[in-house]
Ligand binder design. Sequence first.
Ligand SMILES: NC(=O)c1ccc[n+]([C@@H]2O[C@H](COP(=O)([O-])OP(=O)(O)OC[C@H]3O[C@@H](n4cnc5c(N)ncnc54)[C@H](O)[C@@H]3O)[C@@H](O)[C@H]2O)c1
Length: 402
Amino acid sequence: MSSLNKKFPLLLPDPIRKNVGVADLIDSTFKAYNGGRLAEACRLFSQKMVAGKGVVGMSLTGALTPAGLGRSAIVPLMKAGFVDWIISTGANLYHDLHYGLGMKLYAGSPFLNDVQLRHDGIIRIYDVLFDYDVLLDTDAFVREVIQAPEFQKAMGSDEFHYRLGRYVHERERKLGIKETSVLSAAYQLGVPIFTSSPGDSSIGMNVAAMALRDSQLLIDVNRDVNQTAAIVYDAKSSGATSSVFILGGGSPKNFMLQTEPQIQEVMGIEERGHDYFLQCTDARPDTGGLSGATPGEAVSWGKIDPDNLPDCVVCYTDSTIALPLLTSYALSRVAPRKPKRLYERRDDQYQTLRAAYFKHGKIQKIDHRTDLSKAKTKSKPKAKTAPKRGRSGRSVTGTKRD
Ligand SMILES: NC(=O)c1ccc[n+]([C@@H]2O[C@H](COP(=O)([O-])OP(=O)(O)OC[C@H]3O[C@@H](n4cnc5c(N)ncnc54)[C@H](O)[C@@H]3O)[C@@H](O)[C@H]2O)c1
């Protein structure tokens, strides 16, 4: 008789019944391969990442907001207090503006004649379609808004998006629409949103064009690097967990993960890495690219706490499938949390990190290395079910429900 039954849960999915809810479907039938990983991702997010005071950072790449996922999933997660800060491509924030400004996007087809579309003034993102005027009107909105005196200075991208979000929220109110936009929701909930490449989007292009006039707006990338590290340092030094929820990969993935080496290697402050790592992506690990880099590889860089590696999940699936399912799962399994409104604490967090840097950091080579053999001093929220460890080192948590 093998010992399999002592190490692993039985693979015996329930027959799918009529009207089964999303969370029950995932728990009872998503048992193997990327279905299994998605179920683990849902449980990791719901049982550990958002447990207690846990601070959750989300990174966004891929064309998510054009597909409506801002309104359908990201805003509900923010409203439930499950996403505390965000790093996004500029593209996702630019296309989010269309929804906040009441513009129309259409569910089309990937099999259209692009030459004809160009002739007809229609823009295509795979099967998402919209009029060329949507771009021109959104560009004009950005240029008009950033003429205001409040934008005539250097600022972090979190401050820029907060101020921009207020104008989007005002437009939503005038149009009588609500909960359409990530930028507007972030403004209302005090969720800081950063972008890792401020020039790499239509928002950045319009900011640049205005600089050719007399705009003084400059996105302060140094502030962004330090401010994102300050959010993580604040979480870890106050005994909370820090989790990363990565959709896609790209530059926002690294910008979110590099907060830990910034604290440890550059600032000389002892730390162990983010506590929980969850990524939904199509990127392969074997090309050496960051997008496909596994949590194990991130451990070697000090980005992820090695003690929690078995709980890290990579789900190789399209975010447009995984995100709505995970959102539905979390909303039905976990009570909403009070939003942390981290934006309102940005200066305090920044000054705290600065003080720690001046205490530990130096210009010469840092001569300490985090001693991983040391016992952890801070307490972590306990998982409701102690995960069993699979052969792969992945958690094989059973169907425990909250
Ligand atoms: N108008 C604009 O402002 C505009 C429009 C498009 C792109 N851009 C810019 O171009 C750059 C690249 O854009 P990007 O993030 O869309 O693409 P990307 O191809 O660089 O995607 C980043 C990563 O996410 C993965 N990914 C993408 N879509 C996914 C999905 N649905 N599910 C799972 N994984 C997915 C990719 O494989 C890759 O690893 C960005 O920096 C962006 O700012 C700007």
